[in-house]
Design a protein. Structure first.
Length: 272
């Protein structure tokens, strides 16, 4: 009898505890995957929506997060990897992308198997038409074509295509004007310029109100640190990240840009 009374006494508490655990599990499962993971990296204060987090991956690949949105830029294999294989495993443990930006057709920027593996049912992709032409049909349906100087807004994020091309005679064969895109992405009022594979052409130098810039410098495909510094000193971003630099002398770039004390050079490890 006493045992039965004990069971009757404890049963309501057990039921309440079970309900609490069940509610917690439902709440957790209801959260989007991105909300269950935290992106680590360098932080930039935005005017609204909280900080922008910059997470370097490798070479030309990075991940940005802001206000619950996650953006992958040029998710592809690291230099020297198997360009035919998916590089999606490198992103394991990171929040999945709401938006993917692809700048050009080259293998260090565009890898179709990686995009297939990373893009979820609600992921949007932005790319130049030359990239879309090489995509499998399944990806084309979720991809928005953006041309140089074209502006689109996707899920409140404004994206502007910026020309990316070579201007030095012996490099013209690498990146023709009009094929690929750099991008200016506006997050919480902060304008980020992702240059892609380019030299410091007139359109770069004419950019206005850029808060953060990602600038390449590697030969023979893009430009020298001196040319990169010339471009940066022309459009004067508040913060600049050297990326896509290979074995370039990033210290020389930083020293040249340091001629303008209003520009902060932030060096990250793009070649882990």
């Amino acid at each position: 009898m006493n045992n039965c009374m004990t069971c009757m006494t404890l049963r309501p508490a057990v039921v309440v505890a079970a309900l609490v655990v069940t509610a917690a599990m439902v709440t957790l499962q209801a959260l989007p995957a991105a909300a269950q993971m935290q992106l680590t990296g360098d932080r930039i204060s935005a005017a609204s929506g909280g900080d922008i987090v910059v997470h370097p991956m490798h070479h030309a690949t990075l991940v940005l997060s802001w206000n619950g949105k996650v953006i992958y830029v040029d998710p592809a294999a690291a230099p020297g990897g198997d360009g035919a294989a998916s590089a999606a495993a490198a992103f394991k443990g990171l929040p999945p992308p709401d938006l993917i930006l692809v700048t050009d057709i080259h293998g260090d920027h565009f890898n179709a198997p990686t995009l297939v593996d990373l893009a979820g049912p609600n992921t949007r992709i932005v790319a130049p038409q030359a990239v879309i032409d090489q995509m499998p049909d399944g990806l084309k349906a979720t991809t928005t074509a953006v041309a140089n100087a074209q502006v689109v807004t996707i899920d409140t994020i404004m994206i502007e295509g910026v020309p990316m091309y070579n201007i030095t005679e012996d490099r013209l064969k690498f990146h023709a004007k009009g094929r690929g895109n750099g991008y200016v992405v506006t997050l919480g009022g902060t304008r980020l310029y992702i240059a892609g594979d380019t030299e410091a052409h007139a359109e770069m130098k004419a950019l206005k109100d850029i808060d953060v810039a990602f600038i390449p410098m590697n030969l023979p495909y893009t430009m020298t640190p001196e040319q990169a510094a010339e471009g940066v000193l022309a459009f004067k971003p508040s913060i600049v990240y050297p990326y896509h630099y290979g074995e370039s002398d990033v210290a020389a770039f930083a020293k040249l840009v340091g001629a303008n004390p209003d520009i902060e050079v932030r060096r990250q490890d793009w070649y882990p």
